[in-house]
Design a protein around this ligand. Sequence first.
Ligand code: GLN
Length: 248
Amino acid sequence: MKELKILYLYPDILELYGDFGNIQVLRYRLEQRGIKAIIDSYSIGDIAPDFTKYDLVFAGGGADQEQGILSQDLLKHKDNIKEAIDNGVFFLLICGAYQLFGKYYKGVEGNIIPGLEIFDYYTEAIEDRKKRCIGNIVIEANLNGNLTKIIGFENHGGQTYGVSSPFGNVLFGNGNQFGAHDEGFFLNNVIATYLHGPLLSKNPELADFIIKYCLDRKYDENITLEDLDDNFENLCRNQLLDRFLNVS
Ligand code: GLN
């Protein structure tokens, strides 16, 4: 039986926006195909994981205060995380986690939260708590040559700059800054995005794109994933795309 090892970072701290749902979707889509999902979690005080031993690392979003709390702990793992990324381990990072893999995150209070500096982008929140990018968002992402509409919900004060390779182009909503044309960051085996939702529940194609990448890398194959019944997911997507873009 094939299996994938998933590391879920800071589930007790980066869990303000329900991004745990992405872990549930990954587990479901793996188990429905008879693939074992081994899901470990790591948070402050736990034994340090070896990031290189996992197929997929996931981290969700959180408030400025929580980001400040975990930043120092995250920085301890910088070299091992960098090694895992360089080795091809897939990283899926949502919002607050996205921000912390860049140079820094300047919070709404003006405080600088140091990031891992693995990527060159940086994030600064507008020092007005009322000024946040909040609402539904649709982007178009290139998944191995397939232009795919990705639907989500954004809720961030942080404005991210200096993104060299965005996750997608904004079709509806804000993105990396208010009124931006680009959203998130996507480079090889790292997808970092502002899209909550949870992200993968509204985007089965993206979930399978990530699963296939991880299986192909682990088993050195070009695996064809068995189709799942995504009828309800697609009905929901069509409703949302029609509402936001007048297309479906
Ligand atoms: N606290 C960060 C911000 O407000 C991240 C928010 C989030 O994770 N949704 O931009």
